[in-house]
Every structure is written in C-alpha cells, then in structure tokens.
Design a protein around this ligand. Structure first.
Ligand code: ADP
Length: 226
C-alpha cells in the first residue's frame, strides 16, 4: 500500500494500558509517512542500558508507576527534533499527565504542528484480560496475545524465534496499579484534549480485531485531511 503523508500533525494515541495503542500505532505507520514514538518502548531501551537511570526507570515501570514528567518530556522533544519528524509523528502513550499535555501543546505550537487525539476507549475488564495474555519478543518488540494472536510455534517469536516473555508490568497486581494511575492521572486529560486538540476522536476499542480497530483510526486520520 503506498504511504500517505499525513501533513503536519502529531497524532496522539490515548487510552488505558492494553487499549491497543501500540498495535494501532504500528498499523498507522504502515499507512502514513511519519514515525512512531512510543515512550514505553524508549524507556525500556533505557532500562536495557542498565545504568543508574535505567535502574530507576525499571523500578518505577515494574511497579506500575509513571516515570517523571521531566524525563519523558525530554525524551519526546529529543525524538521530535530529528528530521524524520518534520511532518509530524504518531505518539503512543504520551502525554499521560496534564503536565505532559501542557508541555507538548507548547512544543507543537512552536513547531507549527497540529494535534490529533485518538482516544481508544476500552473497558477495564477487557484490558485486564488482554494484558494477562500478552507476551512480547524481547528482541524485536513484536507483541502476541495467547488468546487472540498466539505465536505459531509455542512461546517463540514468529519473526526471529526468540523465546517470548511476559512484561514485568503485565502481572495482575501491577496491571491494577497501572489502571489506577490511568484513572487518576491520565483519564482527566480527555476534557483537556476535547478543548485543546485540533482534532479529537473517540474510537470504541472493545469490539473487533485489532486490525479493524486500527483501520477505524486510520480512516479518521484520512478523512480529517490534515
Ligand atoms: P501501557 O500503555 O500498556 O501502560 P507502555 O509501554 O506505553 O504500556 O508504558 C509502560 C510503562 O512505561 C508505564 O506504565 C510507565 O511506567 C512508563 N511510561 C510510558 N509512557 C509514559 C509517560 N508518557 N509518562 C510516564 N510514564 C510513562
């Protein structure tokens, strides 16, 4: 499929943990010519460095807490400053706090980028059932689900054969903590985005396959003509 250039817009995928932000973002980069920026992924890369900061970040992530706004803001600005983001980006998992949202709104304004928020609205019981069945490849980051998208060969990545892992933060007690954080720190952003974003859309992420949900998001972007 030929890639469509989005224009100059930062697409922000918003929703509870396990709402499918990463899957939708991957799908969108197949349609639109802008990079995917996942703060969760970049933070996991930081952990892999195993330095002081990496250990600090790991402790927070493993217990389901949010990483400091200052650090995450810096990561996103650095990434957005690279030339491949000149026409925008797909932000996955950022912003997650009102502080982050205010910060990025300013950055986008300075760079003359519009903002589009796609809110993947998924019920918490669906989220818990998805996350407890999630497995991922530590090598390439591919994500599987034991129920809806199992690997072809038992517990190994279809792409590179690496044994799959359960993320440390996908244990049920940690999932509950992440949902609590979401409820108190992130969900209130809905009102902010409704008022501030150039485009704001809500997508029902409960029903349908991840491809169908991603296609709904993709159609919204296409039809917004940014
Ligand atoms: P999920 O959306 O399923 O929680 P992510 O991979 O996006 O998964 O994030 C995993 C963890 O990384 C979060 O629980 C949090 O600790 C940290 N993190 C990711 N994005 C942010 C952010 N924008 N602000 C603060 N912490 C973040």
């Amino acid at each position: 499929m030929p890639k469509i250039t989005v224009g100059t817009v930062a697409v922000m995928l918003f929703g509870p943990p396990g709402s499918g932000k990463g899957t939708v973002a991957q799908y969108l980069t197949g349609c639109f010519d802008v990079p995917h920026i996942s703060t969760g992924h970049i933070l996991r890369e930081q952990i892999a460095l195993a330095d002081g900061l990496g250990r600090e970040v790991k402790e927070l992530m493993d217990s389901g807490k949010l990483v400091a706004d200052e650090l995450v803001n810096r990561i996103v600005v650095d990434r957005l400053s690279r030339p491949d983001c000149a026409a925008g980006a797909i932000l996955d998992g950022y912003p997650r706090t009102v502080e982050q949202a205010k910060f990025i709104s300013e950055v986008l304004k300075q760079r003359a980028l519009d903002s589009m928020v796609i809110y993947l609205d998924v019920d918490y019981d669906v989220v818990v059932s998805r996350l407890t069945a999630r497995r991922s490849c530590p090598q390439c980051g591919a994500v599987y689900n034991l129920r809806s998208k199992p690997p072809k060969v038992d517990s190994r990545c279809d792409l590179d054969g690496t044994p799959l892992i359960t993320r440390d933060d996908d244990r049920e007690d940690v999932i509950r903590q992440r949902l609590d954080n979401y409820e108190t720190q992130t969900q209130p952003l809905v009102d902010y985005f409704r008022e501030q974003a150039t485009w704001y859309y809500r997508v029902n992420g409960n029903d349908g396959s991840s491809e169908q949900i991603a296609e709904r998001a993709c159609a919204l972007i296409r039809n917004s003509n940014p």
